[in-house]
Design a protein. Structure first.
Length: 175
């Protein structure tokens, strides 16, 4: 699907017939790819369509890299520009597929991947505190984005159920 602003949403059929989505977002002189890391999602955020699907499985490293490579080709064909940024913010919670997410992001920074700077890759989370700490412990060079949805634990508990396990204070400490 292509929107009036040039954003393109792509459905990918995986070998097991599961469907995931990726998005190309053009802006001035750059193109960002929004990548899925899971088929469905187990977090269950109240406002999220993917969460309503439930969780099927994590994507493999190859499936993640494949999405990016395909979206890069489409960006070059459509916008005459290769990907300038990647956000792990599509279907699923990236930090619940931590190992494959980090491996895929690392591959994408190699010359055989896309040769992308780690600073141009952002991993988005609703706040999986142990994995945020692991990113720090692992010395990850990728960017981290946290979707708060509310600065109040009470409101956030109703929107993002994981907040009951990892409330804002724990999240703040981890960040």
């Amino acid at each position: 699907q292509k929107a009036k602003d040039g954003t393109i949403k792509i459905a990918f059929e995986l070998t097991d017939k599961q469907i995931i989505e990726g998005v190309l977002i053009p802006e001035d002189k750059r193109v960002t790819a929004c990548i899925s890391l899971q088929v469905g999602c187990s977090v269950g955020c109240r406002f999220c369509a993917t969460g309503k699907m439930g969780f099927s499985r994590n994507l493999s490293v190859g499936e993640i890299v494949f999405q990016v490579k395909q979206l890069n080709t489409l960006a070059e064909e459509t916008y005459n520009h290769h990907l300038s940024n990647i956000v792990f913010m599509g279907m699923g919670e990236p930090l619940l597929n931590y190992q494959n997410a980090m491996r895929a992001a690392t591959i994408l920074t190699t010359p055989e991947g896309l040769g992308m700077s780690p600073q141009r890759i952002t991993v988005s989370t609703v706040g999986i505190v142990p994995k945020i700490r692991q990113m720090a412990d692992d010395g990850v060079k990728f960017n981290l984005a946290v979707s708060l949805h509310s600065a109040s634990d009470k409101t956030r508990n109703s929107l993002v159920p994981v907040n009951q396990s990892y409330p804002l204070e724990k999240l703040r400490e981890a960040i």
